[in-house]
Design a protein around this ligand. Structure first.
Ligand SMILES: Cc1cc2nc3c(=O)[nH]c(=O)nc-3n(C[C@H](O)[C@H](O)[C@H](O)COP(=O)(O)OP(=O)(O)OC[C@H]3O[C@@H](n4cnc5c(N)ncnc54)[C@H](O)[C@@H]3O)c2cc1C
Length: 271
């Protein structure tokens, strides 16, 4: 993809943080980065919508999507994730396993409404070494564990809860046949909702962006041609039509088509 873009004349600047959108009145004319301003005929914004608005576009410019209104929107769940390098293998455990909490409805309420951690959380675990043994050195394996949890909330202080919830997650693994795992861990990386917010710059650490409830679906999401500034186009899970990769690709197609049309260029090839 990157090669194809470069062949079409695109310059890709990695590790270049956009600090704010450059505006002239209500028109986006480029971006401000630590390495200087980059001016452009149009700006396409892919960062997490709510976080990008609050960080990169002045609140005074936004009516429909002001900081206050964004704070009152509903946001998706977050994820607690563990990437583990394990001494030994769990050959009787499938590549993909989903454990559903004994009281699934309660587990969902805890995530979406009560915003508390469950003592019997549902989870997904990937034991990919059973399919591809080259993922780890001989006699070792990898595990990836994903536990859906509430987005950031005052109810859960992750700096206090991280280790306790790690123990819960490791205990849960026993329920799908992954026993005695803790002493076998040789490598470990954990991601909490705090990490989603601070490292990945996701508003409230809500991994899947603005929630997909009826009041925030489809055209009720932020529009691809951003309604609060000219020359600014949106893509990504927080915008129209919504989250999940196939939908995001469709959103990118819609934004590309609108941008080309607005610039008087041929958009027919986009389909
Ligand atoms: C654990 C997990 C499992 C998932 N599973 C699935 C699945 O099975 N199927 C599915 O369809 N979807 C899945 N998704 C969802 C899908 O991966 C995401 O919705 C999608 O990647 C989001 O794409 P995006 O373009 O909105 O954001 P991103 O891919 O996050 O792109 C945003 C980019 O903007 C950059 N950025 C942010 N701020 C700035 C700034 N100020 N300056 C410069 N750059 C910046 C970020 O670094 C990032 O590279 C999953 C997501 C997660 C986290």
């Amino acid at each position: 993809m990157a090669r194809a873009a470069r062949d079409l004349g695109v310059t890709i600047r990695l590790e270049t943080e956009v600090q704010r959108i450059l505006l002239e009145g209500r028109r986006a004319v480029g971006v401000v980065t630590a390495e200087g301003d980059i001016r452009a005929d149009a700006v396409v914004l892919n960062a997490d919508f709510a976080r990008a608005m609050t960080d990169l576009v002045p609140n005074a410019l936004r009516r429909r999507w002001s900081d206050r209104r964004l704070a009152h929107k509903r946001y998706s769940c977050s994820t607690f994730m563990m990437y583990l390098g394990i001494e030994g293998r769990y050959d009787s455990v499938s590549h993909h396993t989903i454990y559903i909490s004994r009281d699934y409805a309660r587990n969902l309420r805890q995530i979406e409404e009560e915003h508390v951690l469950s003592d019997d959380p549902s989870f997904y675990v990937q034991n990919a070494s059973v399919t591809d043994p080259t993922l780890a050195p001989e006699g070792m394996s990898t595990l990836y564990v994903l536990v859906p949890v509430p987005h950031r909330t005052p109810n859960v202080v992750w700096s206090d809860m991280r280790d306790r919830f790690r123990r819960v997650a490791l205990q849960q693994l026993q329920k799908v046949g992954i026993t005695d795992v803790e002493p076998r861990i040789r490598f470990e990386r954990i991601t909490t909702p705090d990490d989603w917010e601070s490292r990945a710059r996701i508003y409230k650490g809500a991994t899947f962006n603005l929630a997909h409830n009826l009041g925030q679906m489809l055209h009720l999401r932020p529009h691809n041609r951003f309604e609060e500034a000219d020359g600014l186009y949106l893509v990504g899970g927080g915008t129209h039509p919504g989250s999940g990769l196939p939908v995001i690709y469709e959103g990118a197609r819609i934004s590309s088509r609108l941008l080309l049309q607005d610039m008087g260029l041929d958009a027919a090839f986009i389909g």
